[in-house]
Design a protein around this ligand. Sequence first.
Ligand code: PMT
Length: 436
Amino acid sequence: MEAQLNNRKIVLGVTGGIAAYKACTLCRLLVKAGADVFVCMTEAATKMVGKDTFAALSGHPVSVGIFEESKEISHIALTSNADLVLIAPATANTIAKIAHGFADNMLTATTLAATCPVAIAPAMNSNMYANIATQDNLKTLVERGIYIIAPESGELACGTVGQGRMKEPEDIFEDVVAILSQRIEHNKNYHQLNISQDKLPAPKKPLELTQTKLLPKSIGVGLKVLITAGPTEELIDPVRYISNNSSGKMGYALAQAAARLGADVTLISGPTNLDCPKGVKRICVRSALQMLTAVDEFVTSSNIMIGCAAVADYRVENISPIKIKKTDGSDTLTLKLVKNPDIIASVGLRESHRPFTVGFAAETNNCEQNAKDKLKRKGLDLVVLNDVSKTEIGFNSNNNEVTIFDKNGIVSHYDKQSKDVIAQLLMELIINRAKN
Ligand code: PMT
């Protein structure tokens, strides 16, 4: 999750629903992911959670009253340069105000002034949610391009059961990442429904139409994706090893993107400091030989294999069972290295049960030619070239810039941007290619 929202400014609006306490977790998740979060509360929300809690969590003053506006936190300043206004929880009252253009408190004024995307996570009693007034207001917001993060069904704070419970903070966080990566499309069905107020005086159940739809989410459903990530470590003796600068960020971002798209993802990871992405099965390994064994176990049942790991090309032939001591009388130590098996080539060159195979090429010179050679030599369907001579991308950076080749030449190029966004674009491309 780290750095997924780096350099993103998010205004988090909190209104007076019991779910306001969940906004604390949401705020923490956003901050942890690198976002600069400015919290704006309604008066009612401050009865649920103290202003100071959000100030501590976000690291910024919290704005509440429109008349308390200081220059730093005026409603205009709040939205200036903001990437997203996110209101969670959003009460029926605030939703109604926004739908009708009210600007009678700091949050509604801020929302009205916003030129960035706005997302709303409703939370209320199920009858209030189902009421035609609320549904019409939500419909208005959807039509204006506001994202509605639809509430879930379940037991509500008021003791009733129904739709109206705010989505869990972790899920809203995922939606925010998706929105900021521009991967959400509004539910167009809303417009297709021929509903007018006189036809539907009292809806029996909430319209199911206000849900944001993670558009490409389903494209990975039914697919098994195997991904290698991170470095390998090749032991010299019990305390020393040979490795490289791979952080695992690119491979983990791919795993997360594939899982978001609905795929069943297995991540074979060399040693990294990263948390396992949500919904991903991770197998931790250390050496190239261990990585190969793990890949062999899963490859035949996989539809797609992506080799993003920076696998050591060589390992020490004879690992010393004891710590190698400095020897007197010699200034050098000779290690004999032997070639490691090429993992991605062992997949790409399979004759049966061969998944759609994608490799990376980490190059410093003669990049395009080397990448094309790797595509051919390793039997790849696609190769993703990154120029790792550029320190601001590639190894251990949060960003990357890649060019994708198939046997006919360049397929696509993604300019320098976060590895999360690159991963999402790549996974959509890979899945679409693998299916055709
Ligand atoms: O982990 P990060 O810090 O986020 O950095 C990302 C990255 C730069 C490591 C990543 O984007 C990348 O380029 N990964 C491939 C690194 C690499 O080893 O490239 P290569 O050109 O040496 O290898 C070509 C391909 O063969 C790769 O798919 C590699 O996984 C695979 N390979 C290489 C050697 C080997 N013995 N077995 C392999 O499977």
